[in-house]
Design a protein around this ligand. Structure first.
Ligand code: GTS
Length: 210
């Protein structure tokens, strides 16, 4: 399998962590797509992912799967023993709900802030910017952090008592927040404690060096 990504990107981090959680590193080759040069917006890349985003998983038969959630589902089912996306109907539903919520309320919101209210990936890539929209999304992300702090006050992980894809998604949000210097408010102690537990996971420790 080949994963087309950018080694420090927050969304790529989600898939790199999933690869490590599943112990799939020996089966994966990484191919770097230069975001700063806008390679992800060139026709060659758009042919494999219409959305022009990273990461993209390329399979041996030449097919492609884009979107972190979809790639994580695929990887999680390779050995028939899903550990990241749940096994029962309730687990699967809850994990998808919380992962999507982490995208909507934190990760995607921070991403919009980055692309609209900061220089983002530079003038070659950022053809339209709306700073007010970006700042609103930063504030949305801060509200999202408060929500997840309240969730983590009553349970160990984002989707319950078991580590899952939803934790990886929220972690991606905090990776992006750190890059753009949106600090997690200090009083969100449950979110900080969860983040420290995430940083101690071998899959997370290793994602940058993969
Ligand atoms: N919904 C997509 C997913 O979940 O895969 C979003 C992917 C995404 O936004 N990826 C970023 C990207 O391609 C990569 S990174 O910023 O995390 O490194 N951004 C480039 C752009 O121009 O939007």
């Amino acid at each position: 399998m080949t994963i087309h990504d950018w080694h420090t990107g927050p969304y790529p981090a989600r898939v790199r962590i999933a690869v490590a959680e599943k112990g799939l590193q020996p089966q994966v080759r990484f191919h770097s797509v230069d975001l700063l040069k806008g390679e992800h917006k060139q026709p060659g890349f758009l042919a494999i992912n219409y959305s022009g985003t990273l990461p993209v998983l390329e399979l041996a038969d030449g097919s492609f799967i884009a979107e972190c959630t979809a790639i994580t589902e695929y990887l999680d089912h390779l050995d028939g023993q899903p550990t990241l996306t749940g096994t029962t109907a309730f687990e699967k539903g809850t994990i998808h709900m919380m992962s999507r919520r982490a995208e909507l309320e934190v990760l995607d919101a921070i991403s919009v802030y980055f692309h609209h209210a900061t220089p983002g990936l530079g003038p070659t890539v950022e053809l339209y910017q709306n700073a007010e929209w970006g700042l609103r999304q930063r504030d949305k992300a801060l509200r999202g952090m408060r929500y997840f702090d309240s969730v983590l006050k009553t349970q160990s992980f984002v989707a319950g008592e078991v580590f899952s894809m939803a934790d990886i998604t929220l972690f991606g949000g905090l990776v992006f927040a750190e890059i753009v210097r949106v600090a997690v408010p200090p009083e969100l102690s449950a979110l900080h404690a969860w983040h420290a537990r995430m940083l101690a996971r071998p899959s997370v420790e290793g994602w940058k060096t993969m």
